[in-house]
Every structure is written in C-alpha cells, then in structure tokens.
Write a protein that binds this ligand. Sequence first.
Ligand code: ATP
Ligand code: ZN
Length: 286
Amino acid sequence: MNELLRIAIQKSGRLQEGSLELLKEGGLAISNGRDQLKTQARNFPVEVLFLRDDDIPQYIEDNVADVGIVGENVFIEKQKNNTLIKRLDFARCRLSIAVPRSDNYTGVEWLSGKNIATSYPNIVQQFLDKNKIKAGIHEISGSVEIAPGIGLADAICDIVSTGSTLLSNGLKEVETVMQSESVLIGGPKLSSSKQEILDKLLFRIEAVNSAKNNKYILLNCPNEAIEKITSLIPGMKSPTIMPLTRVGWSSLHSVVNENDFWEKIDRLKSFGAEGILVIPIEKMIA
Ligand code: ATP
Ligand code: ZN
C-alpha cells in the first residue's frame, strides 16, 4: 500500500475551520470530522487526524502524525522535537500580560516578585528571563483571566484578541509577549515518499495563498502610458498588452498585490488608465 501523509489539525476551536479550508482549497477532498478521529482525502494521499491542538506537537514527536497545524504559541510553548515548516497566515493573535486595572503598572519591573497565571509557562519564563525579572508562574489550563479576581495571581499572560474579556474581568493589557499565527509544523525527518506528498501539498498551499494576496487587473490606457504602467504593475513576468480598435490605445492585463492595491490604483488613474477591472484569482502558480 502506498504511504499516506498524516496531517493533524485541531478537532474543534479557532484553528479548525482555517485548517480545513486551507486543505480543501488545496484541492483535497475531505469530509468534516465532527465526530471522526480521522479521515482520508478521497483524491490525495493524505490522512487527516482531528486532535486537541495542544497535543499535536507531542503526537508529531511520537510519530503518530507527520505534520500538523497549530498556533505558533503552542509550537513555541510545547518545546517538542518539531520544526516550523511554513507560516500559514491565519489565526493571528497575541499573547499578552494583563494586570488588574486598578494597579499602577509602571513597567516590567512591576512583575518582579509577583505571581503570573498562564497556560503558557515556558513562553512566560522566556519573557521574564529576557527582561531579567524573577516572578512566580502559576500554570492553569483555562479561564486564566479570572485568576487575579479570585486571588490566585497578581497578573496573567493569555491570548488577547479584542480585549473585551480582559475588560469584563477588570484587567488591562500591559505587555505583548509574542505575536502568533497558525503554522505548519513537522517532525525532524520524513520518508522520501511522504516528503514528496508534503512538497506537493506545500506547492498547493503556496498557490492558494498567493492567489489570496493578488488580484488580476485589466485596464485601458493610452499607448504612451504603457511603459510607466508596466513598471508600476509588472505582473508575474510582464503584462499582456493588446491593441484596442481605438487608435493609440491598448488593453493591459496584469497582476497586482492586495497590500498596495489602492495606492497603485490611484497612480494608474493619474497615468491615464481607464476602465479598470479587478478580478479575484483562484490559484496562482509562479
Ligand atoms: P482548548 O485547547 O482548551 O480548546 P485553546 O485556547 O488552545 O483552547 P482555541 O481557543 O481554539 O483553543 O485556540 C487555538 C489557537 O488559535 C490558539 O493557540 C491561538 O494560536 C489561536 N487563537 C486563539 N484565540 C485567538 C483569537 N482570538 N484570534 C485569533 N487566533 C486565536
Ligand atoms: Zn488548545
């Protein structure tokens, strides 16, 4: 039997949807694993394991899974024999220290001799070491934000997205400890056939992600503007240029990055571009 690449993703939680979506956009036919522990893609040599995200680094170290998708925070915290294969650009969040709002926080020295409740003891310890602060760390696995209110700790370190959970628990964010996003991690070495499957999958993920970051753009312009426009939106190699029946005018097709999109549109207009159409790209292969 041919080998399957075993990919571990979160069974339920904030990473699950993005992980499944990424695999599906990569063309893998997989069914949602609501009640399943694992499922095999119908059209690609991949088996998807649905696990608790915190356990994924250990499963990879134990060779139960080959690769997995977790938050960078979990990857750093667990300190297993894992390597970061690729940043995946979703589930962006930050890990921050928060203290009671009534406390007069003056800077990291404030934490000296205090007790910090967190689910991320290793990351917090690294942060304290880096700042040469000695403080106690109280590890708890959930509802970290209630710890100061019930007298369990002086401060917390937890994931912050909107800050509203902090607010309703009478806390304020005072230090960012790390920024995080979803990452694909793996063990130290795959068999050559599994590596081949992974390379194919990475190629597809790349195609999906670059498509998301780029748009196809079509416009009409006077021929004198072609050179300037080409240097502004060179596209993947160079733009396609086709003559319009209107003398002295061309239609120009190219690709433009999402990040500087609006700025470029303004400049295109100033160069004389008209009838600008912008179209989403489904997959993009350089
Ligand atoms: P449990 O494992 O107990 O279900 P958890 O906090 O590990 O809890 P999730 O809340 O699903 O599980 O978070 C999974 C990952 O998603 C986190 O490790 C983090 O990387 C990321 N994450 C968490 N909260 C947010 C958020 N508000 N916005 C974006 N990403 C987040
Ligand atoms: Zn978790």
